[in-house]
Design a protein. Structure first.
Length: 440
């Protein structure tokens, strides 16, 4: 089980920059009560460990017969799969097949390089969009669709759609062209979808058992409603992050994993936290980082910059690989002292030293500890942070599952591109472009 160490945000450790343990426990109990009432249907993500995997596993086996596997998606439809790829199969494309490309932007140069790398005859494309109307995803899909058709290839042999169970553009096309389809449950939003077919399909394509991801998540779901705080670290973390904001004005959460395999996990968390909580003037700003790398680029700011940050470490007990540092150059102290230690020992010691330095400087910090990085603990980590984010939203008194601030930008994009029904937004874009600009 993932462990949470919240010692270093307590007043007894960091004085006035800390919060009282009684306050943390009181708000943790409140968070448990609020989530137990299940005020939003999207909290059904807690039930995802019980989903039926039969169809997903059958289609997943097919992918392994292809040379290339492309995912078209954006936001949660891409970040979750990226975490699974990089955490559970690092350097995958250099060692294994199918080679995986996740196209989550509309950068034409990136698209060009993907096209020049793959062979369409040996490629399967997974198009992920719950609504079936995601502009960026559909743009890439339409280009691939044309290319597949121009080469006289069977579209049903080269596409799999992951979308809404009943409606949307992709569902219409799937029925017309007999394209295999996987379902994103109606109650599950994009940034909470990694433990649906969005992420699990890629896991199966990589030969990773999706049930192991769900088994890890199940332990978190089982504990999420527990009123015993020693069994519910999610409630303690949600309460702690909430209180350090409203009581201590710590508006930035530095998410700092100590593993290259979790770099994209940091990015995934930042979308989850920002899009769920940044509304009605509330929430805090997530800051993706990586240890030990950012000790050499950002630590100075955390130590002596504005008093607005909380650091959330993610450490890994066992990195599953030992490499001893040779004992050489005994007459040079700058080299001698690290000899005989391992790289695992070094990265974990650097995390500890950074944690201590922050604490000694009265900077609030907490630590999540993963026993190791595998499918079980990655699934547990996803569910852990989804529960924490949901609880934090409920403590703030907001809906952690909608994203009203994103919609205006989408509508203006539709208007600018001439989508029917968005003529008003189109006019606003034209008028904006006519304004006097101050450019040098």
């Amino acid at each position: 089980m993932i462990m949470l160490d919240f010692s270093n945000i307590l007043t007894k450790e960091i004085g006035n920059n800390g919060v009282l343990i009684d306050e943390i426990e009181k708000n943790a109990q409140k968070a448990i009560k609020l989530i137990s009432e299940k005020p939003y249907k999207e909290l059904n993500f807690l039930e995802l460990p019980e989903q039926d995997l039969k169809e997903l596993k059958e289609i997943g086996k097919r992918v392994r017969d292809y040379e290339y596997f492309i995912i078209l998606g954006i936001g949660g439809s891409a970040l979750g799969p990226k975490v699974i790829l990089e955490a559970l199969s690092p350097f995958h494309n250099l060692r294994k097949k199918p080679k995986v490309f996740i196209y989550d932007n509309v950068d034409p140069t990136t698209f060009k390089h993907i096209i020049e790398t793959i062979d369409l005859k040996r490629t399967l494309i997974n198009v992920i969009s719950k609504s079936g109307s995601t502009t960026e995803t559909l743009a890439a899909f339409l280009i691939f669709w044309r290319m597949i058709r121009e080469r006289k290839l069977e579209v049903k042999e080269h596409f799999v759609f992951t979308t809404d169970p009943e409606k949307g553009n992709l569902r219409i096309l799937a029925e017309e062209y007999e394209i295999p389809t996987l379902v994103i449950p109606r109650d599950i939003g994009g940034r909470y979808s990694v433990l649906t077919a969005v992420g699990l399909f890629l896991a199966e394509a990589l030969g990773i058992k999706s049930e192991e991801l769900l088994e890890g998540a199940r332990e978190i779901s089982d504990r999420a409603l527990s009123e015993k705080l020693n069994q519910n670290p999610m409630a303690i973390l949600a309460s702690s992050l909430y209180l350090t904001d409203i009581q201590k004005n710590r508006k930035i959460v530095v998410f700092l994993p100590y593993s290259d395999r979790l770099k994209t996990f940091s990015e995934w968390f930042c979308q989850l936290w920002a899009e769920s909580l940044g509304k009605e003037g509330k929430g805090t700003t997530p800051y993706p980082s990586l240890g030990t790398t950012d000790q050499h680029s950002q630590l100075q700011l955390w130590m002596e910059g504005p008093e607005d940050k909380l650091v959330l470490f993610v450490s890994v007990d066992k990195h599953e690989f030992q490499e001893e540092i040779p004992e050489e150059f005994h007459d040079i102290e700058g080299l001698r002292f690290i000899g005989g230690h391992t790289l695992e020992e070094l990265i974990n010691t650097e995390q500890l030293a950074t944690e201590m330095a922050l604490t000694m400087s009265k900077k609030p910090n907490m630590k999540l500890v993963l026993p190791k990085i595998d499918a079980y603990y990655l699934g547990q980590s996803f569910q852990f942070l989804q529960v924490v984010t949901s609880m934090a939203g409920l403590l703030y008194g907001i809906n952690p599952f909608n994203q009203p601030g994103v919609e205006l930008g989408k509508r203006l994009t539709f208007g600018a591109l001439g989508k029917r029904g968005f003529e008003t937004e189109g006019e606003k874009v034209k008028n904006y472009l006519k304004k006097q600009r101050f450019i040098i």
